[in-house]
Design a protein around this ligand. Structure first.
Ligand code: ADP
Ligand code: ZN
Ligand code: ZN
Length: 837
């Protein structure tokens, strides 16, 4: 009797729970937890699903059969599955949605002629055309669709060209057939042929060639030289490499191949193999402070899993990380080093490779799919021989035991994590907003580490209020680096009162004379400047000087931003763009004025004052391509850029050694955001960007331009006083009950009709009040009330400490279900965000 098996599988869809399928007898041997299978779901749809569980218990209803098993080895391990389940429960989504975020898309499949969003690409609405935006919005809602459905959605018969460009842009993925999209990379290798069994034959070949084929002999000698095949240190030689040394050598190579003297064969290689990387063995000598902090961290890890390292900018936090990484890998364990921004990996990877060589791997969403699959497989520690991957160079590729990456690196198939470092732990980029799972990578890392019994080190010069609170209340361990490395002083920060400067006619365009003079001085000293402005684009908005009409987005309730380079008005929420009106459409007045300023305008205005200086802008607009960010950083490091103008991007943990001035152009708009975190955020941004100023043996300078110079936060920034900022914020949070004194969950109700949004939100709030009482706030209009044609309304749930979070979330989901079951509210979307930032 053969056993009848069933599998419970996870579908890559926002549907709750697992689905049961029957295993055909002939597949009994091939099914295993963590392998992918192809199943039918719904009427005709075919999906790749992942096996969660194998059981002999039949479900109440006769299930469908699985259609095929895709993997020889599981692609996901048990710990990962448990991590996904936790994430789904905590962030109120389905494990299928987490799976979608976790698996590289090359491991995911879609049925024939189906398209879906490319979860790996960061969709920047600004780059979208109208049809693309429509399709993306539709896909965000329904997950996937066939091409004919897509064609109906965007009302365009000729859908293929649209799809084509969208695939090229990396926005969506499509599948011809059900098949693994992972394609190994191959390379042609040259080696000695069958005819050359030993030195004797080689000698004979030499002699023969000398007489009749000198060119061939030259090529052979070049090969022997390159491969060092007469020594013990033989290395493999690629055809490309050989022909580079011996241009136009193809005919000779062919001839030698024919004679059996050389052999040319195609082999699979790794995309990760980088011959430039030398195995590092540098060592660090810590100074006294650093040594103390390291001892302290190790001591704290004895009985705490999470430790906060509060170290001022340039105190040498990275040096401590390197020591702790060494501790972990010496014990044979894996290390995950998280950074908030893909961009930062470039600088850190070079530092890490000096110490750990090719044991460090990088993983983030800008890698192409194939690269990501290779890193995935590498981390999974699959035996190289079996999958035939990496055969030729297998020995040379270390198994990565250190992974450096942005938040998606959390999802790699770790088997034995020993340490997780979350650098710049306060950074809001750790939070994912769209699509679900809306997770915070820092918090998720702490959970992941607990599954592996690993330690977590959170590092920051400006810790988040929550983390610092956890450290001071003893939940986390704590260590400190209060001084910069090498007697470097903290920068001298000076406020520039824009009211005064205006009054005294010391303003030139958007710059105070104080700032311009300081820049001039720095340029004369051949040092560098960073200017920070947290808005991109040229001008914030256009304004009619007669009736004050301003152009608004047609899809969203925001004003459009002027982009000079394209001479267009653009919406930063949905990507809508339109021509600049030559006259006011409201009153016909011809004078449209530009108000406010962004990075593009700063760059242009600066060029007027400093025509000799090399000025470069770094923001979302200027760093779209894969390597553009890296190029700017390298150019700046190597001093080919004098002034770097940028948004948030320039504030993050970059380490430059020739920057002596940082200018913050408008501090007021950093502090005026109506949000309970606004003061904390403003402090963090200003302290971080200030930290870029200062070089060996010379104190750096920071100038902050502001209208409201009496703001408390500015005072804390001026005196480098994190603790006072923290205490003031904590008191406020306590008073008005905000995190860390409660947990927040935001519930956003969306519909394309404002009436329905309002009604549904009121109804949901009513349902929730029955469950949570006064803990429910709202519904309220968010700051932007309409985005991409959806009207929005927010409800806030404030849960005080001590309330069971899982239970509360279950109740919340029930209420959402009740709302969804009401036909009056069909089409209404409810988005839940746990721990919103
Ligand atoms: P943080 O990460 O705290 O901002 P870094 O680790 O980047 O600080 O250190 C700042 C600078 O000081 C870097 O250039 C680093 O190489 C140098 N540095 C820090 N500690 C040491 C040390 N013990 N020996 C040599 N250089 C150090
Ligand atoms: Zn007007
Ligand atoms: Zn818009």
């Amino acid at each position: 009797m053969r056993t009848t098996l069933f599998v419970n599988v996870l579908l890559p869809l926002p549907v709750a729970g697992y689905f049961t399928y029957r295993v055909p007898f002939e597949m009994n041997e091939s099914v295993a937890v963590g392998k992918r299978v192809v199943v039918q779901f719904g009427q005709k749809k075919i999906y790749t699903a992942l096996i969660r569980e194998i059981t002999e218990t039949p479900p109440p209803v006769q299930p469908k059969y699985i259609l095929s098993v895709l993997d020889l080895q599981p692609v996901v391990n048990e710990t990962q599955l448990r991590f996904w389940e936790w994430m789904a429960a905590y962030y109120c989504c389905t494990p299928g949605e987490v799976m979608n975020a976790a698996l590289p898309s090359a491991l995911k499949l879609a049925s024939e002629s189906k398209i879906m969003l490319n979860r790996d690409s960061v969709i920047d609405p600004e780059t979208l055309r109208e049809k693309e935006y429509m399709l993306i919005t539709a896909l965000q809602e329904c997950g996937s669709m066939t091409l004919s459905e897509a064609s109906r959605t965007i009302e365009q018969a000729r859908i293929i060209p649209v799809i084509h460009t969208m695939i090229e842009k990396g926005l969506i993925v499509t599948e011809e057939q059900l098949q693994d999209r992972y394609k190994p990379k191959t390379e042609w290798y040259v080696s000695l042929g069958e005819a050359i069994a030993g030195e004797e034959q080689l000698q004979k070949a030499y002699e023969d060639l000398q007489k009749r084929a000198e060119k061939q002999l030259e090529l052979l000698i070049e090969y022997i030289h390159l491969s060092q095949c007469l020594t013990a240190e033989t290395r493999s030689v690629t055809k490309t490499e050989l022909l580079k040394r011996f241009p136009q050598g193809s005919p000779q190579l062919k001839a030698l191949e024919k004679k059996g003297i050389l052999k040319v064969e195609e082999k699979q290689v790794s995309r990760l193999w980088d011959p430039q990387v030398k195995t590092g063995n540098e060592t660090i000598t810590l100074n006294g402070r650093q040594e103390e902090a390291l001892v302290q961290i190790r001591k704290e890890f004895v009985d705490k899993n999470v430790v906060l390292l509060h170290g001022v900018t340039s105190s040498g936090k990275t040096e401590l990380y390197i020591n702790l990484i060494r501790d972990a890998i010496e014990q044979g364990r894996q290390v995950l080093y998280l950074l908030p921004e893909i961009a930062l990996t470039a600088q850190i990877i070079n530092r890490l490779r000096k110490y750990f060589g090719s044991r460090v791997g990088v993983y983030h969403s800008r890698y192409d799919e194939n690269e990501r699959v290779e890193i995935w497989k590498n981390v999974a520690q699959e035996p190289a021989a079996e999958g035939e991957l990496f055969t030729e160079v297998a020995e040379k590729i270390a198994k990565y035991d250190i992974i450096l990456g942005a938040r998606s690196a959390l999802f790699l198939p770790y088997s034995n994590l020993g340490l997780v470092i979350v650098d710049e732990e306060h950074d809001p980029s750790y939070k994912q907003y769209e699509p679900a799972p809306r997770y915070n990578a820092r918090d998720s890392a702490i959970y992941l580490a607990s599954l592996h019994k690993a330690n977590v080190l959170l590092g920051s010069a400006t810790p988040s209020v929550e983390t610092y609170y956890n450290a001071t209340t003893g939940k986390y361990g704590f260590a400190e680096l209060p001084e910069r490395f090498g007697n470097l002083l903290m920068p001298e920060i000076q406020l520039v009162n824009l009211k005064e400067e205006h009054k005294n006619k010391r303003m030139k365009s958007i710059f105070s004379e104080t700032l311009l003079e300081a820049i001039q001085q720095v340029l004369e000293n051949k040092e560098q400047v960073i200017l920070f402005q947290n808005r991109r684009g040229f001008s914030l908005y256009l304004d009619c000087s007669s009736c004050h009409w301003t152009p608004h987005c047609v899809n969203c309730d925001v004003s459009l931003v002027y982009h000079k380079k394209q001479n267009m008005l653009r919406c930063h929420y949905c990507g809508f763009s339109t021509q600049v009106p030559s006259q006011c459409p409201e009153c016909g007045h011809p004078g449209m004025m530009m108000k406010g300023f962004g990075t593009e305008k700063i760059e242009e205005e600066l060029a007027i004052f400093f025509p000799q200086a090399h000025i470069v802008r770094m923001d979302l607009d200027s760093t779209r391509s894969k390597y553009s960010y890296q190029k700017i950083i390298t150019d700046f490091e190597e001093r080919r850029i004098d002034i770097l103008v940028g948004t948030q991007m320039v504030t993050k943990g970059l380490d430059f050694d020739n920057v002596s001035l940082v200018g913050i152009l408008n501090a007021d708009n950093l502090l005026s955001y109506p949000d309970f975190r606004s003061a904390e955020r403003g402090f963090q941004l200003m302290a971080q960007v200030s930290g870029r100023s200062g070089r060996k043996n010379k104190q750096g300078k920071v100038l902050i331009q502001a209208y409201n110079v009496s703001n408390d936060i500015l005072k804390f920034v001026l005196s480098h006083d994190y603790i006072s900022m923290y205490n003031a914020q904590l008191a406020e949070r306590k008073r008005f009950i905000y995190p860390p004194f409660c947990r927040l969950i935001t519930i956003t109700v969306k519909h394309t009709h404002s009436d329905r949004t309002n009604k549904a939100a009121s109804e949901l709030a009513k349902l929730l009040r029955q469950l949570f009482g006064k803990r429910i706030l709202g519904p309220e209009y968010p700051l932007v009330t309409r985005v991409r044609n959806f009207y929005l309304k927010n409800i806030m749930l404030k849960l005080e400490k001590g309330i069971s979070l899982p239970l509360a979330k279950e109740e919340l989901m029930k209420a959402v279900k009740v709302l969804a079951g009401n036909p009056e509210f069909s089409g209404v979307r409810v988005v839940i965000d746990a721990d919103p930032l």
